[in-house]
Design a protein around this ligand. Structure first.
Ligand code: DGY
Length: 322
């Protein structure tokens, strides 16, 4: 039970960047998950049980079972922009406010999308692997030939903050930009097209939609077959948006030039022998899209300020939409 009259807030990770515990401390009794590893579902339920607020990170499931065991809970402050691990109907029914952190990570994530584009199209992952294996035997003129990013047609699926930040970067690469989705027409930056049109036209397709019932499996075998054999698929959004087996098949069969994934289904992937890691022309990264010191600190700070706002009786700064 709480030892002070302050509300109690649990952080589901220890040692978070930006030290949100210090931001919360004047407003709440702060309880930090004590281990390096993340809590499992039962441990998260236990952590949340006597809390008024909970700060969560990707992978933490907020569902009816957790909410039933946390009768005091008033706010779940996600330190992420994505909120696909939250059962929105259950939190609404429980009267719990859920907040996320839009507007603080889009530029950093857009940088990573470009890093993946360059890695995949220029075969940089294979080049680094070859170097490490002592494979730099000759400055061959035909070694590691890739495809240009400069001048290519970029298709952005999802034209929110991250998609638009990617479009701005594309100007510097002299890319022609088309997009699907989002509220913006893209005036001056991009032209809106339908999804099939985008898949057929783009040299690089980059995904920036949230994972929802509508976007789960959005890019499957049919969509991959629409893409050019010289095209590259980039996913920095969520794993479930792409059918990974269909992507692996397309890459192995040479029906797609390359792909870069920062996100996968069932993260994290701990097995070094994971079949996905061995797919040719596929660069995989461990969900580091927003992983810079400044951005991750902004994310936890914003999450802490959301929690403080709700526990102080005010509106959340950025409640999740819907
Ligand atoms: C998010 O915020 O949802 C990202 O995936 C984490 O960088």
């Amino acid at each position: 039970m709480p030892t002070t009259s302050l509300p109690r807030v649990a952080l589901s990770r220890r040692g978070l960047p930006g030290n949100p515990a210090a931001t919360l401390a004047p407003h709440a009794e702060v309880l930090e998950w004590p281990h390096e590893r993340p809590p499992g579902p039962a441990e998260l339920r236990e952590l949340a049980a006597d809390c008024d607020g909970l700060m969560c990170w990707i992978g933490d499931r907020i569902d009816a079972e957790l909410l039933a065991g946390a009768p005091r809970l008033r706010v779940v402050g996600l330190a992420s922009a994505g909120y696909d691990a939250v059962d929105l109907a259950a939190v609404r029914a429980a009267g719990v406010v859920v907040t996320n952190v839009p507007g603080v990570l889009h530029e950093t994530t857009a940088d990573l999308a470009f890093a993946l584009m360059l890695m995949a199209r220029r075969r940089l992952g294979a080049a680094v692997d070859a170097m490490r294996a002592g494979g730099w035997t000759d400055n061959r003129m035909d070694g590691f030939l890739g495809l240009d990013v400069t001048g290519a047609t970029l298709g952005i699926v999802g034209f929110g903050q991250i998609g638009q930040a990617v479009a701005r970067r594309a100007q510097g690469f002299g890319m022609r930009v088309i997009h699907h989705g989002g509220r913006s027409s893209g005036a001056g930056l991009s032209r809106r097209v339908d999804l099939d049109d985008l898949l057929q036209t783009a040299d690089v397709v980059t995904l920036h939609v949230p994972l929802t019932d509508e976007t789960r499996g959005l890019i499957g075998a049919r969509e991959l077959a629409l893409m050019k054999p010289t095209a590259t698929l980039i996913n920095t959004a969520r794993g479930g948006i792409v059918d990974e087996a269909a992507l692996a098949d397309a890459l192995r069969a040479g029906r797609l030039h390359s792909a870069g994934l920062d996100v996968m289904t069932d993260e994290p992937r701990r097995d070094p022998a994971d079949p996905l890691f061995g797919v040719p022309n596929l660069v995989v990264l461990p969900h580091v899209g927003s992983a810079t010191e400044a951005t991750r600190a902004r994310m936890t700070d914003h999450a802490a300020r959301n929690i403080i706002a709700v526990l102080s009786g005010g509106p959340a700064l950025t409640p999740v939409p819907g």
